[in-house]
Design a protein around this ligand. Structure first.
Ligand code: NAD
Length: 426
């Protein structure tokens, strides 16, 4: 098939690579010339394991990137543009609306348009379809098909997840669109759920809110365990063995970040309120998450006193390991709070320093974890990159290691995390 993918970020690029790997002819379209040039040179514009290799295999053969919205020979177009948060927490549909307008202007023959971007229930039917109809002068159902197929990949595992999804959700405007999409996803051999468009849109939000809730729940329990000197990881091991609960997403720590959980929970809260419903549980998920990095800073002060003048090494700036994405990373409130309390920060991350530097040009950056630790009194591990697990922390002159992710197990240097057995006695 001839396929267009609009938006070449985490979702668009991995979708394009998957379709290319299945043998389709794929055109990856983005408004960002720099991204397009990188992709065409076989270089991934994002850090994601495996993407570079697959890009080199397909680029110029059955995959090409372009800034031109050329759709005349295309049979299926995937929309994968960003849907970030506005100030008030609602989703910003500017990119989506612009992409739909361009698709509409360039639609000349029958094709199926698939929304993969995360959008609140009603968006595809009330915004995407009307814009495309208006700009193209064509009629949905007769002249073009529409489906909504939410994406569930995890950054850092984007390619793996794209090829090994737990399920494919297809919300279809018409049966033909659903049939074509089911055919496209068949090689994955994943369970496929076919439903209406609004339900598919809601499945994405309900899933992300539940995952975020599990993390905030683990952190709530961690904060209580901390006061009792109980290890929350032992507690959650016992909890997660219940098959009704599962052990996943019960790791307590400094909180969740990334481009999805915070913004999707905010968007769902905003939607609920617009509908006249107060979503108490969803609001609590974010409140706990906002408080957690501050509690980690409090923990350091409890142990060593006021932070004015303290030199703090932060290891890990991305919102989690194996990505250079710093969107909503817990390193952001952490650094803000440390600077507010008068500490100075020296930061290191294997991949995310360039992105973090744009947010915090004023802090110091080290070339390695060792360099950061050599120049600090206190170490805070914010993201559990593998390379941080093998450092000999005892060879540095650290007064304290604070571990936001239970990254390391044994050290002679004083060590703290929220919700550990020793915390009452240390
Ligand atoms: P991203 O910000 O990494 O990439 C979006 C891309 O769209 C950018 O390259 C941008 O230049 C491009 N773009 C914007 N407007 C365009 C237009 N008019 N025409 C062509 N390209 C345009 O975003 P992402 O992380 O890939 O997320 C995309 C969507 O998928 C969002 O709705 C997000 O919520 C959802 N999602 C993301 C993830 C994730 O882990 N990143 C997971 C599941 C779902």
């Amino acid at each position: 098939m001839r396929i267009a993918v609009v938006g070449t970020g985490y979702v668009g690029l991995t979708t394009a690579l998957m379709l290319a790997e299945f043998g389709h002819i794929v055109r990856a379209i983005d408004i960002d010339q720099e991204k397009v040039s990188k992709i065409n040179s076989g270089i991934s514009p994002i850090y994601e394991p495996g993407v570079d290799e697959l890009l080199k295999k397909h680029i110029g053969i059955n995959l090409i990137a372009t800034t031109k919205m050329e759709l005349c020979d295309v049979e299926v177009t995937f929309i994968c543009v960003g849907t970030p948060s506005k100030e008030d927490g609602s989703i910003d549909l500017t990119y989506l609306k612009n992409a739909c307008a361009k698709i509409g202007e360039n639609l000349s023959s029958y094709q199926i348009i698939v929304v993969k971007s995360t959008v609140i229930p009603g968006t595809t039917e009330n915004i995407v379809i009307p814009i495309i109809e208006e700009k193209s002068g064509l009629k949905v159902g007769d002249d073009f098909g529409v489906a909504m197929c939410p994406e569930f990949l995890r950054e850092g595992m984007a390619l793996y997840d794209t090829f090994h999804p737990d399920r494919i959700v297809i919300g279809e405007y018409d049966k033909h669109s659903g049939d074509i999409l089911e055919e496209l996803y068949k090689p994955l051999k994943a369970p496929i759920i076919r439903t209406d468009i609004k339900t598919a849109e809601m499945i994405k939000y309900a899933s992300n809110a539940l995952l975020a809730m599990k993390i905030s729940y683990a952190n709530e329990i961690a904060n209580i365990c901390h006061k009792l000197g109980i290890d929350v990881y032992e507690v959650m091991k016992g909890v997660g063995m219940d098959h009704r609960i599962s052990p996943h997403f019960l790791n307590a720590g400094i909180g969740f970040g990334g481009s999805c959980f915070p913004k999707d929970v905010k968007a769902l809260i905003n939607l609920a309120k617009e509908l006249g419903y107060e979503p108490w549980l969803l609001e609590a998920i974010l409140k706990i998450n906002d408080r957690q990095p501050i509690m980690y800073v409090d923990l350091i002060e409890e142990k060593i006193g006021p932070l004015k003048g303290a030199k703090i090494a932060i290891l890990g700036l991305s919102f989690k390991p194996n990505t250079d994405d710093v969107r909503e990373s817990r390193a952001i409130p952490l650094v803000q709070e440390l600077l507010k309390r008068g500490a100075s920060v020296i930061a290191y991350d294997p991949k995310a320093m360039e992105n973090f530097r744009k947010l915090f040009p004023e802090i110091e950056y080290a070339k390695s974890a060792e360099e950061a630790l050599n120049n600090a009194d206190i170490c805070v591990i914010q993201a559990d990159w593998d390379e941080f697990k093998n450092i000999d922390y005892d060879k540095f002159n650290l007064k304290l290691i604070v571990d936001g992710r239970k990254t390391i197990e044994f050290t002679n240097t004083p060590y703290l995390r929220i919700g550990m057995k020793q915390s009452l006695h240390s």
